[in-house]
Structure formats: C-alpha cells, structure tokens
Design a protein around this ligand. Sequence first.
Ligand SMILES: C[S@@+](CC[C@H](N)C(=O)[O-])C[C@H]1O[C@@H](n2cnc3c(N)ncnc32)[C@H](O)[C@@H]1O
Ligand code: SF4
Length: 354
Amino acid sequence: MLTDKGKMHQSKPMYNDTLSIGKPHFCDITIATHCNLHCKMCKAWHAPADGPHLSFEESRHFIDSLAEFVETPLEINVMGGEPLLVPWCLDLCNYISEKGFRSIISTNASLIDEAMAKRIADSKLSVLAISLESITAAMHDTNRGKQGLHRQIMQAIEYLDKYARKDLCVTLLTILMEKNIDEIIPLAEWVNTTPLFQNISYLALLETGLVSEHKNWFRQDVYKDLWPQNKGQLNAVIDELIRLRKEGYRIWNPLSQLDAFKEYYEEPDLFMKQTPCKLHDYIIDLDENANIYLSGEMLGNLREDNLRTLWYSEKAQHVRKKIQTEGPGERCCVINFVCAFPADDVYLKVRENT
Ligand SMILES: C[S@@+](CC[C@H](N)C(=O)[O-])C[C@H]1O[C@@H](n2cnc3c(N)ncnc32)[C@H](O)[C@@H]1O
Ligand code: SF4
C-alpha cells in the first residue's frame, strides 16, 4: 500500500496469466504487533507488548535467505503495530539496504523526537511513511487517542526537515474516513507545498478486527464514525483528488485506484471478492510468529524451513494455482495495494477504447 511499491510495479503487466515461478516483488516483515496508541480504526493496541515476536537475528536471517535467490529491487515493509517501538527497527532497515533491498516503515510518528529524527537521518531507511488523518489537531488526536499527538507530529516533521537526507522518501498515509472527509483535500494541498514530502498516499478503510460478525461490517455501529456515510460527498472528494493528480499534485494513488475507491466504498466485500489481482502471488510475508506467507497463504515457518525451498515447493505452486482460480488469500487487502492498479497512461488508454 505504499509509495514506491507502486512505482516499481506500474511498468509491469497487471495480471500474470502464467503459473511460472517468479521472484518475490514485495515483502512484509512484522517486527511488532503492539502499539503505543489507541486508534479508533485499528485493534493493534490490544496486542500485548510481551506477545510473540521475531528477534533481530531471525529478521536478519530472513533477509539473508531472501538475498540468496532474490535480486534487487525488492521492497521490504518493516511493519507494526508501531515498528519504532522495537529498538533494532532502524538497524534492520540498515541491514536491508546493505543487502541491496529497499526498506519502508509506516509510523504514527509519536516516537520521533529530535534524537530519533537524527537516527532516521543517519539510517539507510528508504521510505518513511507518516500516518496523518487531518490538518486539524483535534480530529487527529481524538481519532488516535492521544492529546498533543498532532503537535508532536508537526515537530517531528520539522526535525526530519532539518536532518533527513535528500534521498529519504517521506510520505503521508491518510485513510479516507467519515471523520476526516473535510480534511482530505487540505492535506493534499499541504503536502503539495511542503518540500519534505514526496507525496501523500490515501488508504481505504479496512475491517481490521473491530467486529466479530464480518458480514456488513461497515454498517455496524462501531464503524458509524469511521465509514463515510454520505457517498455523494465522498465521491466528490475523490473526483477532486483525481483532478488534482491530473494537475500534477503529489498524490501517489494512480487514477485507477482512486476510481476503484469509489466502487470499494459502495460495497467493500463485493469489491474485494470481484477484483482479480494475480500480481499478488509475488508477495511474501513474515509474521511475528516467524510464519512465512505467500500472498496470504501460509507456506511454512522460518524457524523450521528454508525460505528458498519453500518458495519453489509444491505447496507454493499449489498456492499459486489457488490464487489463479480463487484470488488472493485473506491477508491481501487488494484495494490498498498500489501495485494492483494500472498506471495512469495504461488506464486512460483502456478507458478511451471502451
Ligand atoms: C497498522 S498501521 C502500522 C504502522 C503505524 N502504527 C501507523 O499507524 O502508521 C499501518 C497503516 O495502516 C493504517 N490503518 C490502521 N487501521 C486501518 C484500517 N482499519 N483501514 C485501513 N488502514 C488502516 C494506519 O493509519 C497506518 O497508516
Ligand atoms: S493504526 Fe498504527 S498507531 Fe494506530 S493503533 Fe494501529 S498500529 Fe497503532
């Protein structure tokens, strides 16, 4: 769902119709499931700080195993919970870069004080994605459950501006929600005039465990303040984003994804079910229990298995076949993967001809 992930893939074909074994294109490593904030749209903060987790050695071993058979470029998302809670998070990013891969962190930025900004500046991190829902302090603080957080983020942005290397890509991540619908365009304007930011990437709201009954999750009470209620207003905002992107604003989402947001917000489950995304048989994940996934389907465990062997295993081929016929597994949230959507020129050409 991040910035450069899309950049890498947009020149590649959208769907892979063969069952040939490619190489991983994108990788998630979950180094922390716990978090220090209490956001309304996320349940990560329920995870205990002493829950299962990877060690630094295991994470490095995984990177080494990838390097055995994957050539660059490969983008590796070092994920949380809140990844900066893990003391060796930036050391892992350095290790990833030393192996020739690119590293990405998404953060709530609450831990970026001056010292952390300097550490980030001195690291070899490739992409720093900062989550921000609004220009307005009160909205962000209420949604993220921490008074003063917005002020802290603005301070963090100043520190990063002061210390960060020119080649560190800093991006904003903003979820389209009921609460911040009036903030979406002002955020795009702000990013466009703030030199530190490479771009802003909008995310669609997903169900991440807030309800026990999944069916019609977005209509349930807990989502009342989160799920956009007025579709006309939401579509007008998305149309404006489309216009701004065409004007050259630094909005990362391709036009095809912005259009897809409109469809997704009509009926999210239907959208997910009906969207083919064969590119996803090139996504490899490592979770906090050291389980290894190919596009959402478990292949094995880093503590017992060899990654390369797993990648070329019969089980992996079975998963690829399954993805071909049934679509990606549960861990693939298609709508927020920039790589699942064609680039603007391809998309506009197809639309012209239909
Ligand atoms: C799960 S968080 C982990 C990183 C970090 N704690 C943060 O908030 O940036 C990664 C991204 O997912 C977003 N996110 C959280 N809950 C979401 C939801 N229900 N739907 C879509 N995105 C969500 C966050 O805002 C953040 O941009
Ligand atoms: S969105 Fe990020 S900051 Fe908020 S609870 Fe989830 S993991 Fe924590």
